[in-house]
Design a protein around this ligand. Structure first.
Ligand SMILES: N[C@@H](CCC[C@H](N)C(=O)O)C(=O)O
Length: 276
């Protein structure tokens, strides 16, 4: 079978995007892993499927698979690429769309300057909703990791995030702790591990060890979760610049119950066809 795809990225968090509206396909976990493989396949952090919606209040359905082949609930950088893809492919004439995901509706909008803004929905903090094993909700939780106990904020942006504050982003223990946090027994669905340096009340530096993909150059939901964690801890204002290894994101959150707004770029790199 020949599969048409588009290679895209948001701040270097890269994607293989597949139009499943004009192509009738059903891929196995092994095929997703092959597409993501940087040596034997195309190479990407996530594979994004563009499908027809299953509910009447959405324009499209958006499905996300990590490089390890597992399907997940949300991907922020992918959401920006999603609206650029359906717009550039002529699948919609709208510049703002409603997109069905496994964790609810998100609303990405193409801006006149080429940037994309996404209403990512409201963050969730209840341990059961993350999911995270804790008796009750808290601002931070002590988490034993290796021979240390670290303080994390646990936040769901549709997908689970554990965010810790570090002194200096370049020396953050991403390699040492990434896999341990990702697979920590307190997170039954595994977790994305964020390492945030607070530069000042409006600016953080962030690295994220992503569940199912390892450290990526940027993580959109990770940026939302880190900003939210910093705001709830009283460290940040409502508007936050997030510097990732791949570039800059703007995050805005007005507080509990309010949606998180994310603005950043979405770039098409090339089109291709691959034999499966
Ligand atoms: N790169 C993403 C997040 C992709 C999913 C994540 N690895 C998970 O397993 O939840 C983003 O930009 O948000």
């Amino acid at each position: 079978m020949k599969l048409k795809f588009t290679k895209m990225h948001g701040l270097g968090n890269d994607f293989v995007v597949i139009d499943c509206i004009s192509q009738n396909i059903s891929l196995s976990g092994a095929q997703f892993r092959f597409l993501a493989d940087r040596h034997f396949g195309i190479g990407c952090d996530q594979i994004l499927l563009v499908e027809n919606p299953t509910r009447s209040d959405a324009d499209f359905r958006y499905r996300i698979f990590n490089a390890d082949g597992g399907e997940v609930e949300q991907c922020g950088n992918g959401a920006r690429c999603f609206v650029r893809f359906v717009h550039d492919k002529g699948l919609t004439g709208k510049s703002e769309i409603r997109v069905e995901t496994a964790s609810g509706i998100i609303e990405p909008r193409l801006e006149a300057d080429g940037q994309v803004t996404v209403n990512m929905g409201a963050p969730r903090f209840e341990p059961m909703e993350i999911p995270f094993l804790a008796e009750k909700r808290a601002l931070t939780y002590p988490l034993p990791v290796g021979d240390k106990i670290i303080d994390i904020s646990a936040v769901s942006m549709g997908n689970p995030h554990a965010v810790q504050v570090v002194d200096h982003i370049d020396y953050a223990p991403v390699a040492e702790q990434g896999t341990l946090i990702e697979n920590h027994p307190a997170f039954p669905a595994r977790v994305n591990a964020g390492f945030m340096q607070v530069v000042d009340r409006t600016h953080i530096k962030l690295r994220v060890f992503e569940r199912g993909s390892g450290e990526t150059l940027a993580c959109g939901t990770g940026a939302c979760a880190a900003a939210v964690a910093g705001i709830t801890r009283g460290l940040l204002d409502a508007q936050v610049q997030v510097s990732t290894r791949g570039g800059e994101l703007a995050i805005r959150w007005e507080g509990e119950g309010q949606p998180v707004w994310m603005t950043g770029p979405a770039v098409t790199v090339f089109e291709g066809e691959i034999n499966l």
